[in-house]
Write a protein that binds this ligand. Structure first.
Ligand code: NAD
Length: 433
């Protein structure tokens, strides 16, 4: 239990909002999660997470049973009751890759309207927003709608979120660090206790710096993967395993050994849109970020490289290709910008017949590819297949053995995530190994 139990409203009950809210509630805070989606709100109140995330269901049920968390569509009442409001709505890309702020603007307007009749509260932007958004858009909108003044009638912070889908709750409760961008000291002092008990270093800084830390962070991680793939594509031509090379590279003290994830490319709800958004923001500021653009281009090519490797080995027209793994990474049902989408599209464009399996993401993928076959397990997917592509690093694929693949018509296995066990499986090929 914490020293200071706070009343917290979370606006936007998606991956970040729900995991943050559930995590805070598990620490003893009173949390109300707000969303415009009534179906989501009802599910949350029944203890059913609208998304798949490790351990979320158990923790959500626990905090609801203790009356520490509830969900509502009524933002007005939620804000009036709370001391701190977190904005956790989505910030998708627009047509050219800039950040689309329509949900953030709407939240700022709703918060402003509610604040008209309220005493001092702190509003915290947790959504990923490009530098200057909080100060140039969110604060003016709240001030206009509320008739109140930042720093006087309400406080303002920006705390970027670094959670990873698949381990979101753990990341909320055990972050590497918390970054608090604050309008003034009172704003930062008000919210610091919420994060203090997480036992991670807290960096208090300016709002604009906090906004940019998030983009700089994701841009670096995406770069680390594209770099690993660049080296990996050289390794493939040399007949060596990129992971043997990167192991040696990671032993250099100037680098961390983590996240040299060579393979079938990066995707997900964050890297693609965040790297695109910081590129567009840089251009708006009069700077052409060529390195980041190349990081994106390497990734685009990497996503379909496995199909190209397959096409060098066989004509895939009218051939059954088993695709194992659809989510952009393991332990999530999220398929946003997943490599599997580009891979399946290229397979279908080349006339292949696609059979797919994923432990969590098939329902989501049916909206994008309703016409392909979805199987209940890996074995059924592999039956009579002419080739198999492994696209997501799900734990259950790590346990596949030779006998699982023996039911293929043609045992051609290509993997994009370094999951198969060489000791168990006699013959397979990797994208960069
Ligand atoms: P999401 O799409 O899963 O959830 C957003 C939620 O906001 C939805 O449930 C939507 O219905 C709700 N919403 C939209 N407008 C609203 C409004 N006016 N009032 C109340 N609710 C509203 O998004 P997410 O993945 O949780 O991401 C949220 C933010 O956090 C984004 O800026 C994202 O970039 C950032 N982020 C995401 C992750 C991640 O792994 N998903 C990690 C770090 C940061």
């Amino acid at each position: 239990m914490i020293g200071e139990r706070m009343k917290i409203a979370i606006i936007g009950t998606g991956y970040v909002g729900l995991c943050t809210g559930t995590g805070f509630a598990s620490k003893g805070h009173d949390v109300v999660c707000v969303d415009i989606d009534e179906v989501k709100v009802n599910k949350v109140n029944s203890g059913i997470p609208p998304i798949y995330e490790t351990d979320l269901e158990d923790m959500l049920k626990d905090v609801i049973s203790k009356n520490r968390l509830r969900a509502t569509t009524n933002i007005n009442s939620a804000i009036k009751e709370c001391e701190v409001v977190f904005i956790c709505v989505g910030t998708p890309s627009d047509d050219v890759g800039r950040i689309d702020l329509k949900y953030v603007r709407q939240s700022a307007l709703d918060i402003g309207n509610a604040l008209r009749e309220c005493d001092y509260k702190v509003v915290v932007v947790k959504s990923t927003v490009t530098p200057e958004t909080t100060e140039n858009i969110v604060i003016p909108k709240i001030e206009e709608a509320s008739g109140k003044k930042v720093g006087q009638d309400f406080g303002m912070c920006m705390t970027p979120e670094f959670l990873r889908e698949g381990s979101a709750l753990k990341d909320v409760l055990e972050p590497d660090r918390t970054v608090i961008g604050e309008y003034d000291q009172r704003s930062g002092d008000t919210i610091e206790p919420i994060f203090k008990e997480l036992n991670a270093p807290i960096l208090r800084t300016k709002i604009k710096v906090a906004e940019l830390i998030k983009y700089a962070n994701n841009a670096f991680l995406a770069t680390k993967i594209s770099y690993s793939n660049e080296i990996g594509n050289i390794c493939k031509r040399l007949g060596v395993d990129v992971y043997d090379v990167l192991k040696g590279v990671g032993m250099d003290h100037r680098m961390s050994p983590y996240f040299f994830n060579a393979g079938a490319g990066w995707g997900g709800s964050c890297f693609p849109k965040d790297v695109a958004a910081i590129i567009e923001k840089a251009k708006e500021l009069g700077y052409e970020p060529k390195m980041l653009q190349e990081v994106v281009d390497i990734n685009k090519r990497q996503k379909v490289r496995m199909v190209e490797q397959l096409q060098k080995k066989m004509d895939i027209k009218n051939k059954k290709i088993a695709v194992l793994g659809l989510s952009f990474k393991a332990n999530t049902d999220d398929i946003r910008d997943a490599s599997s989408i580009d891979i399946i599209k290229k397979l279908l464009d080349s006339g292949a017949i696609v059979a797919a399996y994923d432990p969590q993401a098939m329902e989501n993928m049916k909206h994008i590819f309703p016409g392909i076959t979805y199987n209940e397990n890996a074995t059924e997917t592999l039956r009579d297949a002419d080739a198999c592509l492994i696209v997501t690093e799900w734990e259950e694929f790590k346990n596949l053995k030779d006998e699982n693949f023996n039911i293929m018509k043609n045992k051609l296995i290509l993997e994009g995530r370094k999951v198969l066990d060489k000791k168990e499986i006699k013959d397979f090929d990797g994208i960069c190994w």
